[in-house]
Design a protein around this ligand. Structure first.
Ligand SMILES: Nc1nc2c(ncn2[C@@H]2O[C@H](COP(=O)(O)OP(=O)(O)O)[C@@H](OP(=O)(O)OP(=O)(O)O)[C@H]2O)c(=O)[nH]1
Ligand SMILES: Nc1nc2c(ncn2[C@@H]2O[C@H](COP(=O)(O)OP(=O)(O)O)[C@@H](OP(=O)(O)OP(=O)(O)O)[C@H]2O)c(=O)[nH]1
Lengths: 192, 192
């Protein structure tokens, strides 16, 4: 997605070889117009897949996901990483390991929002080692729902998540795919 | 806002005299069309106030805030309640006490997204005791920014937050104001 790649080039900051900072338009400050365009792009790629619900995870996945839900005119659910005052129903849960924090967290969704009749589009902001995406797919699988695919804003293609998801048969659609963050430079997959 | 009040009557669940559960359209599953309408309503109420940025807090504030930002065509920042991988800049921080959890949490925003030239619209999903709203206003005040007002989706008017914010001179615009949750019934402020 050219608009996104331009924004990454203009405003993204390469913190180190593994981390791209995009706090000015995705992870802290958000650009609503760009979010709407990303929602349209996800909707375009998945409009023929019979998607009935979008599943994302708090917090940075919410904005792109709600815009995609608006375009596809379907509900959007965000998985919780921590306790919430009113999320007390029967839950599906999945464990997600964090390399950075060296800890395992539990993500949860309410069972009542998913059924075997649902076709789920998973959306998240970053795809790195893929643990969050696999966790969300696991929640959908526990509900016996169909996973239409995984929509990602920025995929770090030099990390294994994307390959591992695709090897498992998931369709992964990334709006930007980064091949390298070496030398403080963002390289996108086509521009080897 | 009639559409919101209808949704609350149809899908809201009164858990007890103090808590309304709206997990099916705000706090877990989100209704994108309703979110867009709420964004339009916030924009309508604040369009003449020269708002330059919207400030909300993760997680449930993000969807209504991004939709209001889309309508007003301005950036939206969500304050963090916990550490984030890339939120490492100079920060404004504020302490927010939770009666329920009996603990004080720190909320943070990056200093670089706020200046004295900004006019901030604060948006959040619930207004109860007002601690989160006061915390967000404190962040804006630390930046010497102007607070145009506080946009709330659901105000529990039987709790003190709204009165306390208004007594401090803040303009509080709530899309629905609840006077009581007694007898498992939602009563809105006009219908005494
Ligand atoms: N900006 C940025 N973030 C990255 C990058 N790579 C991964 N992340 C994010 O970092 C967070 C850390 O994820 P971990 O679960 O600790 O993953 P790990 O196994 O890779 O260490 C995740 O945010 P999260 O839990 O989804 O947080 P939130 O923003 O949704 O609250 C993930 O999206 C990157 O290059 N840049
Ligand atoms: N559904 C629902 N929620 C209510 C109600 N009253 C307050 N809340 C939410 O409960 C959470 C608890 O806030 P606390 O900070 O512990 O507040 P407290 O002083 O009132 O105990 C807040 O969610 P949060 O921290 O903003 O969580 P998040 O959803 O944004 O992640 C607040 O918005 C209610 O009647 N119904």
């Amino acid at each position: 997605m050219e608009l996104l790649k331009k924004k990454i080039r203009d405003e993204g900051m390469v913190l180190n070889e593994h981390v791209l900072k995009v706090d000015s338009f995705i992870n802290h400050q958000m650009d609503p117009v760009l979010m709407k365009e990303m929602g349209k792009e996800f909707a375009k790629r998945f409009k023929d897949n019979g998607v009935t619900k979008i599943l994302t995870i708090e917090s940075s996945g919410i904005a792109p996901a709600i815009m995609a839900g608006l375009e596809l005119d379907i509900p959007v659910i965000f998985a919780r990483k921590k306790k919430s005052l009113t999320l007390t129903d029967d839950l599906y849960t999945s464990k997600v390991y964090s390399f950075t924090k060296k800890e395992t967290n539990t993500i949860t969704v309410s069972r009542k929002f998913f059924s075997e009749d649902d076709t789920i589009l998973i959306i998240d902001d970053f795809l790195a080692n893929g643990h969050a995406a696999f966790g969300l797919a696991d929640l959908a699988n526990q509900a016996s729902a169909t996973v239409a695919g995984i929509g990602i804003v920025i995929e770090k293609a030099f990390q294994p998540g994307g390959d591992e998801l695709r090897a498992r048969g998931y369709r992964v659609e990334s709006l930007a795919r980064i091949s390298s963050l070496k030398h403080k430079t963002v390289k996108f997959v086509e521009e080897q």
